[in-house]
Design a protein around this ligand. Structure first.
Ligand code: UDP
Length: 493
């Protein structure tokens, strides 16, 4: 492996990645950062300073602005002032619109300076990559003459839905027809509650819809759209949408991470919460395929009455479980929840509760049989990459669409909830029955496990040398090198 330190800073292609906050945005962007670094690029991972504080609190040593060798390239971190220091007025905290506006204002003020500094420090930026929700980053890149790329962090199916909605290409549920089916090219017919919830007229959360659609307004700016998905998983919709947008599937990005880095490279997970490592020891003590892993991702916290029902359902089903119960994110409207009195005593050694766990490691553990998931796209891709079937407990946004795909298209899951539009608490009986079914020896369950393993194998092939995602990634890297060479030529003239 050619040592990155043999290269001078300016001879490396410098790619500058900007992440929106939230683990679901940080993880895929950081995984992309590592892949690009491993292929010989200098990569700066940049995010709002609130994210930086959380990442540094977990992993102070790796999160540094100094370029650190990674694979054939280097990785470094920078965080931009995001307006969160002005948070003295607590009433602003739950106002998502206001927070987005403050972030945009601060980003538009500070990011251009950061990007110009790179040039002054001898590492001009060849490409800016951002994820959705911060579409103004594309405008900043354009204004500075830096090529821009979008890393889409949801499925291609969700991309297609937003695209058709934004450009008004097919009818969607409306005030007068709220339960209308959605018919989109190369996709199964979606029921109204399988549509990303923000697009439904009854959704109370309009700000997230606006933020997401703003990216579609700016869709002509990125010269390509990278997706953390793989061609074989979403073949028809990828082929179809590629007629309109320069889509490149490059996932699952988490695959084979140990193979892309040298043993001496920094290990940086990007976790925004401290991991409780002892859950792996606990899993070690359990028989193979005996544990249900439960997580609702990094943001959602089910309401207290739902937590009570889950707890009772778990007790009655008698399954072993590892349950991630994180505290509500600091700046969210979610309320803290508690376990019912005496629950832990009754569960004894059968269950373990943690605040945060190393999810990839947990899903790869042989003791894990099923994943009761909120169906965030990262969690969905992680289940697919590790071949773990799911119990779908979607909440909102694209999670309901992902649940539909995991169950009806990828055929690797059972449904437990239909998400926010159903507006009901899933009962302990439903949970008990579903968990009993998931851990039974029924042929339907065996088939789901087989399908999950099949997807794992195909995902691995996609990421292996000359696989579909590997080829797309290599083509992208080659394009970045050309951009860099062009810039160097212009500078020398
Ligand atoms: N995650 C984790 N440990 C946990 C819970 C979640 O590392 O205890 C990670 C998980 O692996 C995934 C991310 O947090 O990469 C959550 O992203 P996802 O898109 O699934 O959901 P979101 O948090 O965006 O709702």
């Amino acid at each position: 492996m050619a040592s990155a330190s043999q290269n001078t800073k300016s001879s490396l292609v410098h790619v500058f990645l900007v992440a929106f906050s939230g683990q679901g945005n940080v993880n895929p962007l950081l995984r992309l950062a590592k892949r690009l670094a491993s292929k010989g690029m200098l990569v700066t991972f940049c995010a709002p300073e609130r994210v930086g504080k959380e990442m540094k609190a977990v992993d102070e040593n790796s999160i540094t602005d100094q370029p650190t060798p990674y694979g054939d390239g280097m990785i470094r971190f920078e965080f931009f002032e995001d307006g969160s220091a002005d948070d003295s007025d607590q009433s602003k905290i739950f106002d998502f619109d206001l927070r987005m506006e403050m972030l945009e204002q601060a980003g538009r003020r500070n990011l251009p300076k950061l990007l110009k500094n790179q040039e002054d420090e001898g590492r001009p930026v060849s490409c800016v990559i951002n994820n959705p929700f911060i579409p103004w980053v594309s405008e900043i890149a354009e204004s500075l003459g830096i090529p821009n790329v979008l890393l889409w962090v949801q499925s291609c199916a969700s991309f297609s839905i937003y695209y058709h909605y934004h450009f008004n290409l097919v009818p969607f549920p409306s005030e007068s027809e709220p339960e209308k089916d959605i018919i989109l090219p190369r996709m199964p017919v979606l029921k109204y509650d399988e549509l990303p919830t923000y697009l439904h007229p009854s959704s109370p959360v309009q700000s997230l819809k606006r933020a997401m659609l703003a990216q579609f307004h700016n869709l002509s700016k990125p010269f390509c759209i990278l997706m953390d998905s793989f061609q074989e998983l979403e073949d028809e919709v990828v082929v179809h949408m590629s007629k309109f947008c320069p889509i490149r599937t490059i996932g699952p990005l988490l695959f084979n991470e140990p193979e892309i880095a040298s043993p001496t490279d920094i290990h940086v997970s990007g976790d925004c919460m401290k991991i409780e490592e002892d859950c792996i020891e606990w899993l070690d003590s359990k028989p193979p395929s005996s544990v249900v892993y439960i997580s609702f991702g990094s943001i959602a916290v089910p309401e207290q009455k739902q937590v009570d029902e889950i707890a009772l359902g778990l007790l009655n089903s008698e399954v072993s479980f590892l349950w991630v119960m994180k505290p509500p994110p600091e700046y969210s409207a979610f309320q803290p929840v508690v376990l019912p009195d005496g629950f832990l005593e009754k569960v004894g050694g059968k269950g373990k509760i943690v605040k945060w766990c190393p999810q990839e490691q947990v899903l790869s553990h042989p003791s894990v049989a099923f994943f009761l998931t909120h169906c965030g796209w990262n969690s969905s891709m992680e289940a697919i990459s590790t071949g773990v079937p799911i119990v779908a407990f979607p909440q909102w946004g694209d999670q309901v669409t992902n649940a539909k795909y995991l169950i009806d298209v990828f055929k690797m899951g059972i449904r437990l909830s239909r998400g926010a539009l159903a507006n009901r608490t899933v009962t302990s009986e439903e949970i008990e029955n579903c968990l009993r079914e998931a851990t039974s020896k029924e042929s339907k369950v065996a088939e789901m496990k087989e399908n999950a393993c099949k997807w794992k194998k195909i995902a691995k092939q996609a990421m292996a040398k000359s696989g579909s995602s590997d080829k797309n990634m290599q083509a992208f890297v080659d394009e970045l090198k050309k951009l860099h060479a062009k810039k160097q030529k212009e500078n020398s003239q």
